[in-house]
Design a protein around this ligand. Structure first.
Ligand SMILES: [Zn+2]
Length: 479
Protein backbone atom coordinates (compact mmCIF):
# COMPACT_ATOMS: atom_id res chain seq x y z
CA UNK A 1 0.00 0.00 0.00
CA UNK A 2 2.76 2.37 0.87
CA UNK A 3 4.50 1.80 -2.42
CA UNK A 4 1.32 2.10 -4.35
CA UNK A 5 0.38 5.24 -2.51
CA UNK A 6 3.70 6.92 -3.18
CA UNK A 7 3.71 5.82 -6.83
CA UNK A 8 0.25 7.28 -7.17
CA UNK A 9 1.34 10.44 -5.42
CA UNK A 10 4.30 10.74 -7.79
CA UNK A 11 2.10 10.26 -10.83
CA UNK A 12 -0.32 12.86 -9.55
CA UNK A 13 2.53 15.19 -8.76
CA UNK A 14 3.94 14.98 -12.26
CA UNK A 15 0.52 15.38 -13.82
CA UNK A 16 -0.15 18.52 -11.84
CA UNK A 17 3.42 19.73 -11.36
CA UNK A 18 2.68 22.94 -13.15
CA UNK A 19 -0.28 23.58 -10.92
CA UNK A 20 1.70 23.04 -7.76
CA UNK A 21 4.27 25.78 -8.01
CA UNK A 22 5.29 26.43 -4.39
CA UNK A 23 3.49 29.34 -2.78
CA UNK A 24 5.34 32.24 -1.22
CA UNK A 25 4.23 35.08 1.03
CA UNK A 26 2.55 36.84 -1.90
CA UNK A 27 0.94 33.98 -3.78
CA UNK A 28 -0.27 32.29 -0.58
CA UNK A 29 -2.52 35.29 0.06
CA UNK A 30 -4.63 34.44 -2.98
CA UNK A 31 -7.35 31.88 -2.42
CA UNK A 32 -10.11 30.28 -4.48
CA UNK A 33 -12.57 30.70 -1.58
CA UNK A 34 -11.94 34.41 -1.37
CA UNK A 35 -12.55 34.79 -5.10
CA UNK A 36 -15.72 32.71 -4.87
CA UNK A 37 -16.99 34.81 -1.99
CA UNK A 38 -16.53 38.10 -3.82
CA UNK A 39 -17.93 36.84 -7.10
CA UNK A 40 -21.02 35.22 -5.60
CA UNK A 41 -22.02 38.67 -4.40
CA UNK A 42 -20.97 40.77 -7.40
CA UNK A 43 -22.78 38.50 -9.85
CA UNK A 44 -25.80 37.83 -7.65
CA UNK A 45 -29.28 38.66 -8.94
CA UNK A 46 -29.44 41.51 -6.42
CA UNK A 47 -26.96 43.45 -8.58
CA UNK A 48 -29.20 43.03 -11.63
CA UNK A 49 -26.43 42.55 -14.16
CA UNK A 50 -24.55 45.76 -13.27
CA UNK A 51 -25.72 47.70 -16.31
CA UNK A 52 -24.39 51.22 -16.94
CA UNK A 53 -26.02 53.10 -15.27
CA UNK A 54 -27.99 51.19 -12.61
CA UNK A 55 -28.50 50.80 -8.92
CA UNK A 56 -26.90 47.33 -9.20
CA UNK A 57 -23.78 48.91 -10.64
CA UNK A 58 -23.70 51.47 -7.80
CA UNK A 59 -23.93 48.62 -5.29
CA UNK A 60 -21.04 46.88 -7.05
CA UNK A 61 -18.95 50.07 -6.95
CA UNK A 62 -19.58 50.46 -3.23
CA UNK A 63 -18.61 46.83 -2.63
CA UNK A 64 -15.37 47.16 -4.60
CA UNK A 65 -14.53 50.38 -2.74
CA UNK A 66 -15.15 48.57 0.55
CA UNK A 67 -12.72 45.82 -0.47
CA UNK A 68 -10.07 48.38 -1.49
CA UNK A 69 -10.59 50.03 1.91
CA UNK A 70 -10.22 46.70 3.66
CA UNK A 71 -7.00 46.01 1.74
CA UNK A 72 -5.59 49.34 2.86
CA UNK A 73 -5.25 50.93 -0.57
CA UNK A 74 -5.18 54.72 -0.64
CA UNK A 75 -8.30 56.21 -2.27
CA UNK A 76 -7.49 57.87 -5.59
CA UNK A 77 -10.80 59.23 -6.85
CA UNK A 78 -12.45 62.63 -6.49
CA UNK A 79 -14.90 61.13 -3.99
CA UNK A 80 -12.94 58.61 -1.93
CA UNK A 81 -12.29 55.65 -4.19
CA UNK A 82 -14.73 56.91 -6.82
CA UNK A 83 -13.72 58.79 -9.91
CA UNK A 84 -17.04 60.34 -10.86
CA UNK A 85 -18.22 61.04 -14.38
CA UNK A 86 -21.24 63.37 -14.26
CA UNK A 87 -23.25 62.38 -17.31
CA UNK A 88 -26.90 62.42 -18.30
CA UNK A 89 -29.32 59.65 -19.03
CA UNK A 90 -31.89 60.26 -21.75
CA UNK A 91 -35.14 58.39 -22.15
CA UNK A 92 -38.17 58.77 -24.35
CA UNK A 93 -41.68 57.53 -23.60
CA UNK A 94 -43.99 55.81 -26.04
CA UNK A 95 -46.47 58.71 -25.91
CA UNK A 96 -46.73 60.40 -29.28
CA UNK A 97 -44.30 58.00 -30.95
CA UNK A 98 -44.86 56.67 -34.44
CA UNK A 99 -42.59 55.37 -37.17
CA UNK A 100 -44.00 54.20 -40.46
CA UNK A 101 -42.28 52.85 -43.55
CA UNK A 102 -44.29 52.93 -46.75
CA UNK A 103 -43.20 50.97 -49.82
CA UNK A 104 -45.10 49.67 -52.87
CA UNK A 105 -48.36 51.03 -51.49
CA UNK A 106 -48.08 49.13 -48.20
CA UNK A 107 -47.33 50.72 -44.82
CA UNK A 108 -45.42 49.08 -41.98
CA UNK A 109 -45.94 50.63 -38.54
CA UNK A 110 -42.86 50.00 -36.37
CA UNK A 111 -43.61 49.45 -32.66
CA UNK A 112 -41.85 51.70 -30.12
CA UNK A 113 -39.71 48.82 -28.82
CA UNK A 114 -38.29 48.23 -32.30
CA UNK A 115 -36.90 51.73 -32.75
CA UNK A 116 -34.28 53.15 -30.40
CA UNK A 117 -33.89 56.87 -30.82
CA UNK A 118 -30.64 58.48 -29.78
CA UNK A 119 -31.72 62.08 -30.16
CA UNK A 120 -33.05 64.53 -27.61
CA UNK A 121 -35.21 66.94 -29.62
CA UNK A 122 -38.75 66.14 -30.71
CA UNK A 123 -39.13 64.78 -34.21
CA UNK A 124 -41.92 65.43 -36.73
CA UNK A 125 -41.26 64.05 -40.17
CA UNK A 126 -43.96 63.78 -42.85
CA UNK A 127 -43.58 61.04 -45.49
CA UNK A 128 -40.04 61.55 -46.81
CA UNK A 129 -38.15 59.47 -49.39
CA UNK A 130 -35.54 57.09 -47.97
CA UNK A 131 -32.12 56.43 -49.51
CA UNK A 132 -30.25 53.26 -48.53
CA UNK A 133 -26.45 53.58 -48.56
CA UNK A 134 -23.44 51.61 -47.48
CA UNK A 135 -22.04 52.98 -44.19
CA UNK A 136 -18.64 53.84 -45.65
CA UNK A 137 -20.11 55.34 -48.82
CA UNK A 138 -22.42 57.52 -46.71
CA UNK A 139 -19.49 58.88 -44.72
CA UNK A 140 -17.70 59.71 -47.95
CA UNK A 141 -20.61 61.32 -49.78
CA UNK A 142 -24.14 61.49 -48.40
CA UNK A 143 -25.37 64.14 -50.83
CA UNK A 144 -27.90 61.74 -52.41
CA UNK A 145 -29.72 61.74 -49.07
CA UNK A 146 -29.68 65.48 -48.39
CA UNK A 147 -33.06 66.46 -46.94
CA UNK A 148 -34.17 62.82 -47.17
CA UNK A 149 -34.00 59.83 -44.83
CA UNK A 150 -30.55 58.25 -44.95
CA UNK A 151 -30.69 54.51 -44.21
CA UNK A 152 -27.48 52.66 -43.29
CA UNK A 153 -26.67 49.35 -41.67
CA UNK A 154 -25.47 49.95 -38.09
CA UNK A 155 -21.69 49.75 -38.09
CA UNK A 156 -20.23 47.49 -35.42
CA UNK A 157 -18.46 50.41 -33.78
CA UNK A 158 -19.30 51.86 -30.39
CA UNK A 159 -21.00 55.22 -30.64
CA UNK A 160 -21.94 54.66 -34.29
CA UNK A 161 -24.72 57.27 -34.11
CA UNK A 162 -22.26 59.87 -32.84
CA UNK A 163 -19.80 59.03 -35.62
CA UNK A 164 -22.52 59.72 -38.20
CA UNK A 165 -23.58 62.95 -36.51
CA UNK A 166 -20.01 64.21 -36.52
CA UNK A 167 -18.83 63.00 -39.90
CA UNK A 168 -21.71 63.28 -42.37
CA UNK A 169 -20.89 66.03 -44.85
CA UNK A 170 -24.47 66.77 -45.85
CA UNK A 171 -27.63 66.93 -43.82
CA UNK A 172 -30.35 64.28 -44.14
CA UNK A 173 -33.67 64.92 -42.38
CA UNK A 174 -33.20 61.70 -40.40
CA UNK A 175 -30.71 58.83 -40.24
CA UNK A 176 -32.05 55.31 -39.76
CA UNK A 177 -29.50 52.72 -38.69
CA UNK A 178 -30.59 49.14 -39.26
CA UNK A 179 -29.77 46.84 -36.34
CA UNK A 180 -31.66 43.58 -36.69
CA UNK A 181 -29.46 41.88 -34.08
CA UNK A 182 -30.44 44.52 -31.52
CA UNK A 183 -26.79 45.16 -30.72
CA UNK A 184 -27.55 48.80 -29.99
CA UNK A 185 -30.45 48.14 -27.63
CA UNK A 186 -30.11 49.38 -24.04
CA UNK A 187 -31.81 47.29 -21.39
CA UNK A 188 -33.69 50.24 -19.93
CA UNK A 189 -34.52 51.79 -23.27
CA UNK A 190 -32.53 54.96 -22.70
CA UNK A 191 -29.06 56.14 -23.55
CA UNK A 192 -26.16 57.97 -21.96
CA UNK A 193 -25.03 61.45 -22.85
CA UNK A 194 -21.42 62.33 -22.16
CA UNK A 195 -21.30 66.13 -21.93
CA UNK A 196 -17.72 66.09 -23.25
CA UNK A 197 -18.75 64.16 -26.32
CA UNK A 198 -22.39 65.09 -26.86
CA UNK A 199 -24.08 65.45 -30.22
CA UNK A 200 -23.63 69.03 -31.38
CA UNK A 201 -26.70 71.26 -31.13
CA UNK A 202 -28.98 70.64 -34.09
CA UNK A 203 -27.23 67.36 -34.99
CA UNK A 204 -29.14 65.09 -37.33
CA UNK A 205 -31.46 62.72 -35.39
CA UNK A 206 -30.42 59.05 -35.56
CA UNK A 207 -32.96 56.31 -35.08
CA UNK A 208 -31.85 52.70 -34.65
CA UNK A 209 -34.32 50.31 -36.28
CA UNK A 210 -34.67 46.69 -35.15
CA UNK A 211 -37.80 45.62 -37.06
CA UNK A 212 -36.82 43.16 -39.80
CA UNK A 213 -39.80 43.82 -42.12
CA UNK A 214 -39.37 47.60 -42.10
CA UNK A 215 -35.61 47.18 -42.53
CA UNK A 216 -36.08 44.95 -45.56
CA UNK A 217 -38.43 47.48 -47.18
CA UNK A 218 -35.92 50.28 -46.62
CA UNK A 219 -33.03 48.25 -48.01
CA UNK A 220 -34.98 47.44 -51.15
CA UNK A 221 -35.29 51.09 -52.05
CA UNK A 222 -38.22 53.27 -53.15
CA UNK A 223 -39.59 53.52 -49.61
CA UNK A 224 -40.62 56.56 -47.62
CA UNK A 225 -40.59 57.21 -43.90
CA UNK A 226 -42.89 59.20 -41.62
CA UNK A 227 -41.94 59.65 -37.96
CA UNK A 228 -43.14 61.40 -34.81
CA UNK A 229 -41.46 61.48 -31.40
CA UNK A 230 -41.69 63.68 -28.32
CA UNK A 231 -38.64 65.17 -26.62
CA UNK A 232 -36.43 62.89 -24.54
CA UNK A 233 -36.39 63.30 -20.76
CA UNK A 234 -32.95 63.90 -19.29
CA UNK A 235 -31.72 63.12 -15.78
CA UNK A 236 -28.23 63.43 -14.31
CA UNK A 237 -26.33 60.20 -13.57
CA UNK A 238 -23.06 59.58 -11.78
CA UNK A 239 -20.88 56.90 -13.34
CA UNK A 240 -17.95 55.65 -11.31
CA UNK A 241 -14.53 54.20 -11.85
CA UNK A 242 -13.28 52.73 -8.56
CA UNK A 243 -9.60 53.50 -8.00
CA UNK A 244 -7.18 52.63 -5.20
CA UNK A 245 -3.41 52.85 -5.06
CA UNK A 246 -0.69 50.96 -3.25
CA UNK A 247 2.04 53.55 -2.89
CA UNK A 248 5.53 52.54 -4.00
CA UNK A 249 8.42 52.52 -1.54
CA UNK A 250 11.29 53.70 -3.73
CA UNK A 251 11.63 57.51 -3.66
CA UNK A 252 12.96 57.44 -7.23
CA UNK A 253 10.13 55.25 -8.60
CA UNK A 254 7.10 55.83 -6.36
CA UNK A 255 5.69 58.48 -8.69
CA UNK A 256 5.55 55.98 -11.53
CA UNK A 257 2.64 53.59 -11.84
CA UNK A 258 1.71 50.09 -12.87
CA UNK A 259 -2.01 49.65 -13.42
CA UNK A 260 -4.31 46.64 -13.01
CA UNK A 261 -7.92 46.94 -14.12
CA UNK A 262 -11.10 45.12 -15.03
CA UNK A 263 -14.54 46.37 -16.02
CA UNK A 264 -17.17 45.81 -13.34
CA UNK A 265 -20.16 46.61 -15.51
CA UNK A 266 -22.14 44.07 -17.47
CA UNK A 267 -25.20 44.34 -19.72
CA UNK A 268 -27.90 44.57 -17.03
CA UNK A 269 -31.42 43.24 -17.55
CA UNK A 270 -32.78 42.34 -20.98
CA UNK A 271 -36.34 41.25 -21.66
CA UNK A 272 -36.84 40.75 -17.93
CA UNK A 273 -33.81 38.44 -17.56
CA UNK A 274 -30.83 39.30 -15.36
CA UNK A 275 -27.50 38.92 -17.13
CA UNK A 276 -25.20 38.23 -14.19
CA UNK A 277 -21.87 38.61 -15.97
CA UNK A 278 -19.89 36.36 -13.62
CA UNK A 279 -17.06 35.59 -16.01
CA UNK A 280 -17.52 38.81 -18.03
CA UNK A 281 -16.20 40.54 -16.14
CA UNK A 282 -16.99 39.75 -12.54
CA UNK A 283 -14.02 37.39 -12.70
CA UNK A 284 -11.63 40.19 -13.65
CA UNK A 285 -13.12 42.50 -11.04
CA UNK A 286 -12.73 40.08 -8.12
CA UNK A 287 -9.22 39.31 -9.35
CA UNK A 288 -8.33 43.00 -9.09
CA UNK A 289 -9.66 42.94 -5.52
CA UNK A 290 -7.80 39.74 -4.64
CA UNK A 291 -4.48 40.74 -6.20
CA UNK A 292 -4.71 44.17 -4.55
CA UNK A 293 -5.33 42.58 -1.15
CA UNK A 294 -2.41 40.19 -1.59
CA UNK A 295 0.06 42.86 -2.70
CA UNK A 296 -1.07 45.33 -0.04
CA UNK A 297 -0.59 42.70 2.68
CA UNK A 298 3.12 42.25 1.93
CA UNK A 299 5.69 43.60 4.38
CA UNK A 300 7.77 44.95 1.55
CA UNK A 301 6.04 47.49 -0.62
CA UNK A 302 6.76 47.55 -4.37
CA UNK A 303 9.20 50.16 -5.67
CA UNK A 304 6.73 51.73 -8.11
CA UNK A 305 3.14 52.47 -7.11
CA UNK A 306 0.44 50.04 -8.23
CA UNK A 307 -2.96 51.38 -9.24
CA UNK A 308 -6.05 49.14 -8.99
CA UNK A 309 -9.08 50.13 -10.98
CA UNK A 310 -12.60 48.82 -11.65
CA UNK A 311 -14.09 50.47 -14.73
CA UNK A 312 -17.69 51.32 -15.73
CA UNK A 313 -19.29 51.11 -19.15
CA UNK A 314 -16.94 48.75 -21.01
CA UNK A 315 -19.89 46.95 -22.55
CA UNK A 316 -21.17 50.22 -24.06
CA UNK A 317 -17.83 50.94 -25.74
CA UNK A 318 -14.96 51.33 -23.26
CA UNK A 319 -16.68 54.30 -21.58
CA UNK A 320 -14.91 54.10 -18.21
CA UNK A 321 -11.41 53.57 -19.56
CA UNK A 322 -11.84 56.30 -22.19
CA UNK A 323 -13.04 58.59 -19.42
CA UNK A 324 -9.98 57.71 -17.34
CA UNK A 325 -7.64 58.30 -20.30
CA UNK A 326 -9.15 61.78 -20.68
CA UNK A 327 -9.00 62.41 -16.93
CA UNK A 328 -6.03 60.39 -15.69
CA UNK A 329 -5.63 60.46 -11.92
CA UNK A 330 -1.97 59.54 -12.33
CA UNK A 331 -0.03 61.10 -15.21
CA UNK A 332 -0.16 58.81 -18.24
CA UNK A 333 3.47 59.62 -19.04
CA UNK A 334 4.40 58.10 -15.65
CA UNK A 335 2.15 55.06 -16.08
CA UNK A 336 4.61 52.41 -17.21
CA UNK A 337 2.24 49.51 -17.90
CA UNK A 338 -1.42 48.55 -17.82
CA UNK A 339 -2.72 45.03 -17.43
CA UNK A 340 -6.47 44.57 -17.89
CA UNK A 341 -8.23 41.36 -16.89
CA UNK A 342 -11.14 39.82 -18.81
CA UNK A 343 -12.81 36.45 -18.50
CA UNK A 344 -10.28 34.82 -16.23
CA UNK A 345 -12.75 32.54 -14.43
CA UNK A 346 -14.13 30.02 -16.93
CA UNK A 347 -11.91 27.27 -18.29
CA UNK A 348 -14.50 25.91 -20.74
CA UNK A 349 -13.26 27.95 -23.68
CA UNK A 350 -15.44 27.54 -26.78
CA UNK A 351 -12.36 26.10 -28.49
CA UNK A 352 -11.65 23.50 -25.77
CA UNK A 353 -10.60 23.31 -22.12
CA UNK A 354 -8.06 25.91 -20.99
CA UNK A 355 -6.73 24.85 -17.63
CA UNK A 356 -3.56 26.38 -16.21
CA UNK A 357 -3.20 28.67 -19.19
CA UNK A 358 -3.69 32.33 -19.94
CA UNK A 359 -3.50 34.35 -23.08
CA UNK A 360 -2.88 38.02 -23.70
CA UNK A 361 -3.95 40.49 -26.37
CA UNK A 362 -1.27 42.28 -28.35
CA UNK A 363 0.95 39.51 -27.13
CA UNK A 364 4.21 40.78 -28.64
CA UNK A 365 3.29 44.47 -29.01
CA UNK A 366 5.22 45.40 -25.87
CA UNK A 367 7.69 43.98 -23.36
CA UNK A 368 4.89 43.59 -20.79
CA UNK A 369 4.39 40.12 -22.29
CA UNK A 370 7.94 39.17 -21.34
CA UNK A 371 7.35 40.17 -17.70
CA UNK A 372 4.10 38.22 -17.56
CA UNK A 373 5.76 35.22 -19.20
CA UNK A 374 8.45 35.12 -16.50
CA UNK A 375 5.76 35.30 -13.83
CA UNK A 376 3.82 32.55 -15.58
CA UNK A 377 6.84 30.24 -15.47
CA UNK A 378 7.29 30.83 -11.77
CA UNK A 379 3.64 30.24 -10.96
CA UNK A 380 3.09 27.22 -13.20
CA UNK A 381 0.75 28.82 -15.71
CA UNK A 382 1.25 28.48 -19.45
CA UNK A 383 1.10 31.90 -21.11
CA UNK A 384 0.31 31.56 -24.79
CA UNK A 385 -0.38 33.66 -27.83
CA UNK A 386 -3.65 32.91 -29.58
CA UNK A 387 -2.76 32.81 -33.28
CA UNK A 388 -5.83 34.86 -34.29
CA UNK A 389 -7.49 36.36 -31.25
CA UNK A 390 -4.46 37.82 -29.46
CA UNK A 391 -4.29 40.49 -32.17
CA UNK A 392 -8.01 40.64 -33.01
CA UNK A 393 -9.11 41.22 -29.44
CA UNK A 394 -6.57 43.94 -28.65
CA UNK A 395 -9.14 46.64 -29.39
CA UNK A 396 -12.00 44.81 -27.70
CA UNK A 397 -11.37 45.84 -24.12
CA UNK A 398 -10.24 48.66 -21.86
CA UNK A 399 -6.52 48.27 -22.51
CA UNK A 400 -7.20 49.97 -25.86
CA UNK A 401 -7.98 53.32 -24.22
CA UNK A 402 -4.61 53.37 -22.44
CA UNK A 403 -2.75 51.97 -25.45
CA UNK A 404 -4.14 54.77 -27.61
CA UNK A 405 -2.60 57.18 -25.12
CA UNK A 406 0.77 55.41 -25.44
CA UNK A 407 0.81 53.31 -22.27
CA UNK A 408 1.89 49.67 -22.93
CA UNK A 409 -1.48 48.07 -22.20
CA UNK A 410 -2.85 44.57 -22.69
CA UNK A 411 -5.79 42.42 -21.73
CA UNK A 412 -5.13 39.08 -20.11
CA UNK A 413 -7.80 36.39 -20.41
CA UNK A 414 -8.21 32.66 -19.96
CA UNK A 415 -10.84 32.25 -22.68
CA UNK A 416 -11.79 34.74 -25.37
CA UNK A 417 -15.02 32.87 -26.03
CA UNK A 418 -17.10 30.68 -23.72
CA UNK A 419 -20.56 29.09 -23.98
CA UNK A 420 -22.54 31.68 -21.97
CA UNK A 421 -20.74 34.75 -23.33
CA UNK A 422 -23.14 37.71 -23.02
CA UNK A 423 -25.88 35.24 -22.13
CA UNK A 424 -28.14 35.13 -19.11
CA UNK A 425 -26.40 32.03 -17.78
CA UNK A 426 -22.95 33.50 -17.19
CA UNK A 427 -23.26 32.67 -13.48
CA UNK A 428 -20.75 32.32 -10.66
CA UNK A 429 -21.25 28.57 -10.10
CA UNK A 430 -19.59 27.87 -13.48
CA UNK A 431 -16.25 29.43 -12.57
CA UNK A 432 -13.11 27.33 -12.02
CA UNK A 433 -11.92 29.04 -8.82
CA UNK A 434 -8.76 26.96 -8.34
CA UNK A 435 -7.65 27.91 -11.82
CA UNK A 436 -8.60 31.54 -11.32
CA UNK A 437 -6.48 31.64 -8.15
CA UNK A 438 -3.48 30.38 -10.12
CA UNK A 439 -4.01 33.05 -12.77
CA UNK A 440 -4.26 35.64 -9.99
CA UNK A 441 -0.96 34.46 -8.55
CA UNK A 442 0.70 34.92 -11.91
CA UNK A 443 -0.79 38.40 -12.23
CA UNK A 444 0.32 39.40 -8.73
CA UNK A 445 3.89 38.24 -9.39
CA UNK A 446 3.97 39.97 -12.78
CA UNK A 447 2.73 43.25 -11.30
CA UNK A 448 5.28 43.12 -8.49
CA UNK A 449 8.06 42.34 -10.98
CA UNK A 450 7.14 45.25 -13.25
CA UNK A 451 6.78 47.52 -10.22
CA UNK A 452 10.21 46.54 -8.92
CA UNK A 453 12.05 46.70 -12.24
CA UNK A 454 13.70 50.11 -12.76
CA UNK A 455 13.55 49.47 -16.52
CA UNK A 456 10.02 50.30 -17.64
CA UNK A 457 8.19 48.27 -20.29
CA UNK A 458 8.11 49.60 -23.83
CA UNK A 459 6.30 48.95 -27.10
CA UNK A 460 8.14 46.67 -29.50
CA UNK A 461 8.81 47.18 -33.19
CA UNK A 462 6.05 44.85 -34.45
CA UNK A 463 4.13 46.76 -37.13
CA UNK A 464 0.81 46.54 -35.28
CA UNK A 465 2.33 48.47 -32.37
CA UNK A 466 3.69 51.35 -34.46
CA UNK A 467 0.80 53.70 -33.70
CA UNK A 468 1.01 53.03 -29.96
CA UNK A 469 4.75 53.51 -30.08
CA UNK A 470 4.23 56.90 -31.72
CA UNK A 471 1.70 57.83 -29.02
CA UNK A 472 4.26 56.83 -26.38
CA UNK A 473 6.87 59.10 -27.95
CA UNK A 474 4.35 61.96 -27.81
CA UNK A 475 3.81 61.25 -24.11
CA UNK A 476 7.57 61.31 -23.57
CA UNK A 477 7.81 64.67 -25.33
CA UNK A 478 5.41 66.15 -22.74
CA UNK A 479 7.91 65.35 -20.04
ZN1 LIG B 1 -15.80 41.97 -20.78
Amino acid sequence: MRHLASALALALLSATAAAQAPLDALTARISPDSLRGHLSFLSSDLLEGRGTPSRGQDLAAEYIAAQFRRAGLAPAGDDGYFQTANWQYAQRTETGFSFTVTAAGASIAVPFADATGEFVDPLALKATPAVFMDWKAALEDSSAATGKVLVVKAAPVPGAARVLQQKLKTRPALVVMIDRERRHVRGSGGWLIDPENAAPAGAVPVLVLHAADAAAALEKGGASVAAQAGPAQLRPVKLRNVIGVLRGADPALEDTYVMLSAHYDHVGIRDGEIYNGANDDGSGTVSVIEVASALAAQKERPRRSIVFMALFGEELGLLGSRYYARHPVFPLKDTVAHLNLEQVGRTDDSEGARVNAATMTGFDYSTVGEAVRKASERTGVRLWKHPKFSDQFFARSDNQALADAGVPAHTLAVAFGFPDYHGKDDTWDKIDYDNMARINRMVAVALRDIANDPVKPSWTTVPAAAGYSAAARKLEAVR
